[in-house]
Design a protein around this ligand. Structure first.
Ligand code: SF4
Ligand code: SF4
Length: 305
């Protein structure tokens, strides 16, 4: 039994706000939605394929509150851990927030992940985030706040709000893809990080499955992380495709930094990359990808200290 399978489930790419940093939505991207019946069948198939966790994400899942309740309930019945990622637009008042959170708790939601950043909060009041978190506390629904930041000083005030209200939050580095491509990144001031990545797969509303739920879906020069479409393949087959891919395994274990160094990137160059950008430099480059594939089972696999 493989109990490590989990997936970001893109039920719909529709969102009611437009964040300047959004990785999921970018100019020209289409708003798509899966059919509810289809989603239910896929969850059942995922259960048979030992998927242990589903995170409903992509656009704003709670725009389809009734559908989400149905899907979460299916997860609960199949013993699948369920999470919803939300921008909190719905928690304008404490009453409404309590209503939504208690309904989600009743159908068996495992966790609510609430997005928060200086970009989200141009569209959604910080009070919404507080309401949603307090409702989770009140009804015993596990939650955390995903504090997306590019680590600029101006984000301190946002973070202070979370601290002042004693909310559970985790800083999340901005990913410079999608809409965020237009944001100038501040220089990186870190050590020499391994850049290992857990690689959560992503299912799109069109039923395309990718090995990665973030920037990797946009590596269109190589389609390196594209696994296939559920219309043509089973859930189990596509998970196996990911699990048997040695390069994906090395992203998790060896890390992108060591792979880049092996390919000849200078240390002084590597340190300028953020994780997903370094991933792009390796996996969205036909030459680098070809080379990595050639050496994956030989030199690269044995290139250890
Ligand atoms: S970051 Fe989230 S809330 Fe903002 S536009 Fe994208 S999907 Fe919507
Ligand atoms: S490092 Fe690569 S695999 Fe990991 S989230 Fe970024 S693009 Fe995806």
């Amino acid at each position: 039994m493989n109990n490590t399978r989990q997936i970001a489930f893109g039920y719909s790419t529709w969102c009611n706000i437009k964040c300047d940093h959004c990785v999921a939505a970018h100019d020209g991207s289409l708003e798509m939605k899966m059919a509810l019946e289809n989603a239910i069948q896929i969850i059942e198939e995922m259960s048979r394929s030992d998927v242990a966790g589903i995170s409903f994400t992509a656009g704003e899942p709670l725009l389809y509150l009734n559908d989400m309740k149905e899907l979460v309930q299916r997860c609960k019945l199949q013993n699948i851990y369920s999470r919803i990622v939300t921008n909190g637009y719905w928690s304008k008042t404490r009453d409404r927030s309590n209503e939504v959170v208690s309904a989600l708790k009743d159908v068996g939601l495992s966790q609510l992940r609430i997005s928060f950043s200086r970009w989200h909060q141009k569209n959604v009041s910080r009070e919404n985030i507080l309401n949603a978190a307090l409702s989770c506390q009140r009804y015993g629904l596990d939650y955390f706040i995903s504090f997306v930041t590019d680590f600029r000083k101006e984000d301190d005030a946002q973070e202070q709000f979370l601290q002042d209200n004693q909310l559970k939050y985790f800083p999340e580095p901005l990913i410079y893809f999608g809409n965020a491509e237009g944001i100038t990144p501040p220089p990186v001031f870190t050590d020499y990080p391994a850049h290992r990545c857990a690689m959560s797969p992503y299912l799109s509303p069109e039923l395309d499955m990718f090995a990665c739920c973030d920037a990797g879906t946009q590596f269109t020069k190589t389609d390196a992380f594209y696994l296939g479409n559920l219309k043509n393949h089973s859930v189990d087959h596509l998970f196996q495709k990911k699990e048997k891919n040695l390069l994906f395994h090395l992203i998790k274990t060896m890390g992108l930094t060591a792979m880049a160094s092996f390919l000849g990137f200078k240390a002084s160059e590597i340190v300028k990359y953020r994780k997903c950008n370094l991933c792009e430099a390796l996996f969205n480059s036909p030459d680098h990808l070809e080379h990595l594939k050639e050496i994956a089972t030989t030199e690269l696999l044995h290139w250890t200290r």
